[in-house]
Write a protein that binds this ligand. Structure first.
Ligand SMILES: Nc1ncnc2c1ncn2[C@@H]1O[C@H](COP(=O)(O)OP(=O)(O)OP(=O)(O)O)[C@@H](O)[C@H]1O
Ligand SMILES: [Mg+2]
Length: 242
């Protein structure tokens, strides 16, 4: 049962969605009006989905993501204990930053305290990542594991922060135990600091207080926009605070 999320889909309320052969529903029309309550809502959604077996499910450590319809996914948080309400954190960041980072963030069409209907993007593979950035994914992974993104982001101008961090990183690499990959790490770290797309991801994390180490492949997707593949961050709820 896909959840309605815009004017066009609202017109379909109650009608059968061809993809799943189930009716479109509205999360706001529950009889008891308790939809915003996590327990109620997850039971409700589980109940429905338990009987229809959604086409595809992806889950991470605290969220579950279902295909909602051709263009969107339905995501909700099932564990508030480990990292807090990551969905709500994402929504607050989206409200604040979506204008500036519109090309980086999938659109959020509809949301509640514990769920959202979000633009569906394609899952990124390591080879896709390379095609889009010209940086081998393993080198980006190495980079984000070593980069130090300050918690009090924003105190230093972004460019000054980058300059300082680049110096620190290159020095740090040299102290790594006789790493045979050292030359490659240095080469690609230099390239990452010149890469427009990856700089944008770093900038977004810097000003949103998101941990850069969370920008691993599972949290990155892409879309084809105007014939060009564009990277999208599909999970930006982790600020390491919970
Ligand atoms: N907009 C989207 N379009 C397509 N797939 C998505 C979208 N958002 C999430 N997914 C898929 O669902 C998975 C889980 O979503 P998400 O990363 O938000 O959950 P999580 O529990 O926070 O994961 P993590 O383990 O990183 O904490 C993603 O790794 C991805 O495969
Ligand atoms: Mg994730």
């Amino acid at each position: 049962m896909p959840v309605v999320y815009d004017e066009k889909t609202e017109r379909n309320l109650g009608k059968i969605h061809r993809g799943t052969n189930t009716p479109w529903i509205s999360p706001f029309s529950s009889e008891d009006g308790q939809i915003e309550k996590y327990d109620e809502f997850s039971r409700w959604k589980y109940g429905i989905l338990g009987t229809i077996k959604p086409k595809q499910i992806f889950s991470g450590s605290s969220k579950i993501c279902f295909i909602n319809d051709e263009n969107t996914v339905f995501k909700y948080i099932y564990d508030l204990q480990i990292f807090g309400n990551q969905i709500w954190k994402e929504i607050l960041i989206y409200k604040k930053r979506a204008k500036k980072y519109f090309d980086l963030l999938p659109k959020i069409f509809n949301y509640g305290k514990f769920w959202m209907v979000e633009e569906k993007v394609k899952i990124c593979s390591e080879s896709q990542f390379y095609l889009m950035t010209k940086i081998p994914y393993k080198e980006w992974e190495f980079f984000i594991c070593n980069m130090n993104m300050p918690k009090n982001s924003g105190k230093l101008p972004f460019n000054a922060f980058l300059k300082k961090e680049k110096r620190r990183l290159l020095k740090k690499y040299k102290n790594l135990d006789a790493d045979s990959d050292l030359k490659r790490h240095i080469k690609y770290t230099n390239k990452i600091f010149e890469n427009e797309i990856l700089l944008k991801i770093m900038e977004f994390c810097y000003f949103s207080g998101i941990l850069i180490c969370d920008m691993h492949i599972e949290n990155i997707g892409y879309k084809i926009e105007n014939g060009k593949k564009v990277i999208k961050i599909l999970d930006y709820g982790y600020d390491g605070k919970d």
